[in-house]
Each structure stands twice: as structure tokens, then as C-alpha cells.
Design a protein around this ligand. Sequence first.
Ligand code: ZN
Length: 131
Amino acid sequence: MQIVTIETTERNQMIDITSMVQAKVKESGIKDGICYVFVPHTTAAVTINENADPDVVRDILNILRKLIPHKDDYRHIEGNSDAHVKAALMGNIATVIVNDGKLVLGTWQSLFFCEFDGPRRRTIVIKVMED
Ligand code: ZN
């Protein structure tokens, strides 16, 4: 298992972590298998989506912000219920096939770390399992 830390800079942010995860796959020396990317936080997430047009990330964050307002009729005393809901919707694990040492992703796909209660120092856990 490999642990990576990441510094986020915005309250809501999606950061392309594909090349970092690919580097960890290479470090593992595993050619064929599965790569798990796990986010051990309750107000952050991981997802796979389009990397080509940055407006896609902007639109995802914008819609999440509209659907799940920061301030609403929440009971959670910490004041970040919106971040918990967004993280629940996006999920905290991504599974990617590794073939010939490379992450198998579509042409327009990237792995994104999703911050919903930043800026913070965050952790990403990566596990590559051999076939
Ligand atoms: Zn909270």
C-alpha cells in the first residue's frame, strides 16, 4: 500500500491525480492487475471523468454547489454537511485495471481527487494488486 499526501487550495476542487497514481503503479513494479485508489476522508472523494475540457470539472463542481448548498437546513454541528453529502455522492474509491504497467483509462478519462471542504492536507491510499 502506498500513501500520498495532497494539499488542496480551494473549498471545492477537483485535482487530476492520474500521473501521480500512474507513477505509483510503476513504483509497484506490477504489470497486470488492479489499482485501487482510496480516499480515507468523509468530506473528500475520488472519481473518474473528463480531463480534456476543464469546463467539465467546472460544471460538475458548479452543479454540486447548486444542488447541495453550503448553508441549508443541516443539523451536523461542524457546518460542513454539504461536503459530507458531496463526498457520499462521488464515492471514496476508484478501481482501475492495470495492463502492461499502465492504468487502463479511456482517452478522455482522468482520475480526480475531489475536495469538498478545503483547503486541507489530504491523504490518498493506493493499492496495486497483481493478477
Ligand atoms: Zn463534518
